[in-house]
Design a protein around this ligand. Sequence first.
Ligand SMILES: Nc1ncnc2c1ncn2[C@@H]1O[C@H](COP(=O)(O)OP(=O)(O)O)[C@@H](O)[C@H]1O
Ligand SMILES: [Mg+2]
Length: 281
Amino acid sequence: MRLEVEGLEVAYGPVRALHGVSLWVDPGEIVAVIGANGAGKSTLLRAISGLLRPRAGRIWFDGQEITGWPPERIVARGLVHIPERRQLFASMSVEDNLRLGAYLRLRRGERKGVEEDLERVYEIFPRLKERRRQLAGTLSGGEQQMLAIGRGLMARPRMLLLDEPSLGLAPLLVRELFRIIVALREQGLTLLLVEQNARQALRVADRAYVMETGRIVREGPAAALLKDPALQVAYLGGPAPCRIPEPPSAEVLSYARLTRAAAPGDATVGEHGNRGDDAGG
Ligand SMILES: Nc1ncnc2c1ncn2[C@@H]1O[C@H](COP(=O)(O)OP(=O)(O)O)[C@@H](O)[C@H]1O
Ligand SMILES: [Mg+2]
């Protein structure tokens, strides 16, 4: 089930988000799309899965042109999109969320197959089995991501479009997630993986594309991109790990202001503006 995208153009009203994007994914591959926030990665996946209608360009999946098809018809062909931010039903149980992933099949009366798939998803994610009756909204971020993937698997995909699955996960869970992604490929799935976590994505991918402002600006084998000096500076945090501290939150800033106001010796410092560490005003 090869996916091929050619010259895709997508706009949100007057805002053009994709400018002639072309790519392909061969059966059994993990292909990564990396790029900064706002580059157009999610837009690309939404256009492929039929949630957005492209202004121009064509999409083929498994030998058929699917451009302009409604999302349900694309899902039924086995191309399943797992969106950014998971979009689970918080007030429904884990198991009901999973069953929803198979709703097209339940509608066709494939009850037995769906029950088998539920067991298969629980094998991949034993934690979800333990929590099958728990409400999805009470799961941790990592568990919610596993549930989102599990729900996608319930549609019996042949290819998964994964949007930022590692977003907001602790490092240990990120590693587990990428292990699962590799395991899914070993079970015969093809994956198109969108990530801001470029280093991890390139480590598991066969090939990758780099997006900037709605265009593909680089492509090649993931191993080669991982070693590319220009990419290391722009997307991989430089050759040596480097950490930029987070700016203080509004709460910390207002707390700092309060404590300064309470300390008489410090109260005038801001007015003279002679201390570099005073950001208040
Ligand atoms: N619903 C929307 N309406 C208008 N503009 C949007 C919408 N979604 C995304 N955009 C714009 O399209 C561009 C690409 O966004 P997106 O595909 O979300 O990027 P990424 O997933 O790489 O962060 C950005 O400039 C973004 O502001
Ligand atoms: Mg996105």
